[in-house]
Design a protein around this ligand. Structure first.
Ligand code: NAP
Ligand code: F7E
Length: 359
């Protein structure tokens, strides 16, 4: 039997790189849509690119904002499955580039679906939906596939647009188009400006004396944090279910950003104590008396999502999916990786600018 073919948008991102590995392991021929950058943006897939061990992996330059380019790539790659993981995915940044976010994160899905429709391509389509679509939830309880959307950012409203586009193309043209609604998932490949990775990298640097203080924003937001590798397995199951449907993937546990900081600090051997309130709040290491965490309003968002907690019982029942890595294990995986990574930087004059807009 001929190998299955998959096209992944966002292949250079966290999930895209794990998705490519998973599909290659399963014997797929994998095509990745790669944005052109003047300096390579391929650090997460360099081990797959131009590697004789992975003859079934290749990328093509493209962009979700370019309809003709997308149609040409689909026409040439003839994928059995398309995973639309490409997006401007940073909620905070989406407020500074709202139009671009709607264009890429929102209309990108429409461009792919319209190309599938026009080409009559026999391909399945996965849309990377987000728990951010639930936004400001009415009750602080579990969100499931029936919970109404109440987006709070240009990113979230773009994902809602893509979610409904996917449903409309499924219903109108009988395209196998499925939505995942994924709650936060992290890994050592997480972008460095997302809060978990910022904390694991930042506190590792503080521990090693490469940086004095880690500046953060809202410590009280609650998120349902899982492990990216577990989630790409769920994405594959969604697209290989007997019918196209919409599924939540989540751990079913929620924690504050503060709890994430506390867990990382403990792993690193700090004795963390919180002092003060609001903008004056700080985290002190009791062992040294030094301030290691501060608050900088530059990291606050114009509108915040306070509480997310996912009910993934539909995926657990119908797909047989469940996450393997829990909150504590996730912190351990990330801190082990990032502490070792920062240790390698010791003595290389590697200093971090702590007041940078997103770091
Ligand atoms: P990520 O690490 O930020 O990766 C985003 C990818 O999209 C990168 O490969 C990026 O390319 C690419 N991209 C950005 N703009 C593009 C454009 N104009 N055209 C083509 N590609 C473009 O995100 P992730 O964490 O892997 O998430 C994957 C998907 O799941 C995203 O759609 C995200 O919104 C969604 N999602 C993520 C989570 C989560 O917690 N991680 C939860 C729910 C949904 P460059 O490398 O060139 O920047
Ligand atoms: O923020 C708070 C921030 O940027 C988490 C994306 O993958 O998951 C992600 O979106 C929380 C927010 O992720 C800082 O205000 C405090 O409440 O890590 P984040 P996110 O906004 O939840 C969803 C599911 C997606 O779909 C998105 O693509 O942490 N926070 N201090 C901070 N956040 C950041 N980034 N930086 C801080 O200094």
């Amino acid at each position: 039997m001929a190998a299955k073919r998959a096209l992944i948008t966002g292949v250079t991102g966290q999930d895209g790189s794990y998705m490519a590995e998973l599909l290659l392991e399963k014997g797929y021929k994998v095509y990745g849509l790669q944005r052109h950058a003047s300096y390579p943006n391929t650090s997460r897939i360099d081990h797959l690119l131009n590697n004789a061990k992975f003859p079934n992996f290749q990328t093509a330059f493209g962009d979700l904002s370019d309809s003709a380019n997308i149609a040409a790539i689909i026409d040439k790659a003839e994928p059995d499955e398309i995973y639309n993981l490409g997006a401007l995915s940073h909620v905070g940044v989406s407020f500074t580039m709202p139009e671009y976010t709607v264009d890429v994160t929102g209309l990108g899905a429409l461009r792919i679906l319209e190309a599938i429709h026009q080409l009559k391509a026999p391909t399945k389509f996965y849309q990377a939906g987000s728990s951010e679509m639930f936004g400001a939830v009415e009750k602080q309880t579990f969100q499931n596939e029936n919970t109404p959307f109440n987006p709070q950012s240009p990113y979230a409203m773009s994902k809602v647009l893509a979610f409904h586009t996917t449903r409309i193309y499924r219903k109108s043209y009988n395209i196998f188009a499925a939505n995942g609604i994924l709650f936060n998932h992290e890994s050592p490949r997480r972008g460095v400006s997302f809060v978990t990775r910022k904390i694991t990298l930042g506190l590792s640097r503080v521990k090693l004396g490469l940086q004095d203080v880690l500046m953060l924003g809202n410590l009280n937001a609650k998120r349902d944090w899982g492990y990216s590798r577990d989630y790409v397995e769920g994405i594959h199951k969604i697209l290989n279910y007997k019918t196209a449907d919409d599924f939540i993937l989540a751990t079913g546990e929620t924690h504050t950003v503060r709890e994430f900081v506390e867990s990382v600090a403990k792993q690193l051997g700090f004795d963390l104590a919180w002092k003060g309130k609001g903008l004056k709040e700080k985290g002190i290491d009791r062992k040294t008396g030094k301030k290691i965490i501060g608050i900088d309003p530059v990291h606050f968002r114009p509108a915040e999502v306070d509480y997310l907690l996912g009910d993934s019982s539909k995926a657990r029942k119908l797909l047989g999916w469940k996450p393997k890595v829990n909150f504590q294990q996730l912190v351990e995986i990330m801190i082990k990786h990032d502490y070792d990574l920062m240790k390698k930087n010791l003595g290389k004059g590697h200093k971090l600018v702590t007041r940078h807009r997103f770091y």
